[in-house]
Design a protein around this ligand. Sequence first.
Ligand code: NA7
Length: 556
Amino acid sequence: MPASQPNAIKSRSSAADGYDVVVVGAGFAGMYLLHRLRGLGLSVRVYEQGNGVGGTWYWNRYPGARCDVESMQYSYSFSDELQQEWDWSERYAPQPEILRYANHVADRFNLRSDIQFDTRVDRAVFDEGSNTWSVTTSDGKTVTAQFVVLATGCLSNARMPDFKGLADFKGNVYHTGHWPHEPVDFTGKRVAVIGTGSSAIQSIPLIAEQASQLFVFQRTANFSVPARNARLTAEERQAFRDNYPEIRRKAREEMRNGIFQELPEKGALDESEEQRRARYGARWAKGGLTFTATYNNIAIDKAANDTAADFVREKIAEIVKDPAVARLLQPDNHPIGSKRICVDTDYYATYNRPNVKLIDVKANPIEQILPHGLRAGGEDYEFDDLVLATGFDAMTGSVAKIDIEGRAGETLNHKWSAGPRTYLGLMSEGFPNLFIITGPGSPSVLSNMIVSIEQHVDWITDCIGYMRDRDFDCMEATKAAEDKWVAHVNEVAYTTLMPQANSWYMGANIPGKPRIFMPYIGGVGVYRQICNDVAAKDYEGFAMTAAPRQRVAVSS
Ligand code: NA7
């Protein structure tokens, strides 16, 4: 993919008249999109509510925050110089390093001049007469743009639980997704963590090292596998760099989740108990997300899935000394992988520390937060600081915060009230010229996000270029194409075990949110091919029209 292109496309507008494109969010999606659209010669404004670039990696600064995709793969591929020159220090990059990388990219490609920080997009209204959007921001200004692209992220709307008494808690309250920018020191403090998802599992071992007492309030036990994180050697980095074209191609085209890895050839039940144990043992020793790729049917066959789940449950029993605590930590209500498995460093062993106590809040629900602790199951727990590792209103939460009004005054929130509806995850019928990056109905959170982001950005850029070349002003998903896609996304999801869990993929973590399996599970390779075919057939399933009117500004 070219890093930049000649200014061959007509830019309709300057800032005074409005922009060609408004982008919401300056995470990895917004940054790359800005770079590509500039390459087309378009005027672009990016609005970012944070004070810097990086999105997810700007906000999630909790102790131990780390990507669960290996750093050599969780990185942009669009610039070979960039991937050859950036030195990742560890197998799994820690959050500060990913944020440094995001800042490096912003500087290297000179992106900041078109990003307005500390500014939220509050409202976007489509004008059917001019085929443009009016975008209102938190600084009270309104600009117009032909296109709006939501690069708002899938895990960016932190969910504050509505515990009774939370506002009266006297100590510090931290949400993992809104962590302070200054270091937080728990030394000598009594700390409570609510939640045992990925953020909790990464932070608990580090908080436990500092705190005098740590209470972990667990509602649902999660499967976690060791990261086996380590420093990357120069040879390991070079092995990737030498083979990047092939590794990236395979990740995009051949791997369902966009992560280059060894693919399993067999099903779990095709081997003997002994062979299975050896294979699971080898994957456990290697560490990382690919544990669930030990066999090719773990995601679809419950009996196969049980063999992997049992292996992890046995490991938990081996690591955790107190059998009652081990039992509580053993997940028992969902197939392994139907919630994103966690990747940890010393998570289960942390429960062997004398200063760590696990409390089951499924059996004994949290009744209220007290000024100096909380009450659960009739028992009071006293602590100084409270960490909410309670997750996100995932995939749709950040979109829903923007008041988006499409054709005939219809709002996106109203249209999506029974669950998100998109064509290819890219557009929703009734909302012309509005693109979503890694939206519901695309592989997004089931994949290496950067692989999916690059694919969406490239597709959208090509599409806008196509429209400009042909003087199309307006593009919209058709209802028929959208209905068919929604049915397909749903149908594929139900061929797997994924919908069996009360996961954030299903919207199940947010009270009242419709239960729809939101991401597309067909795999990034299949999905890419579908998107390419649609484009090759002149954007089949999208209606494109030209409006007979004067262009306000034309630049070469
Ligand atoms: P997750 O995975 O959504 O985890 C949130 C955790 O918080 C989970 O254990 C929840 O239990 C728990 N939770 C939420 N609300 C409550 C209440 N009211 N009471 C008790 N426990 C509660 O979010 P993370 O930030 O850890 O990870 C998100 C993704 O980021 C992760 O999947 C990776 O892809 C990276 P529940 O399971 O709902 O019973």
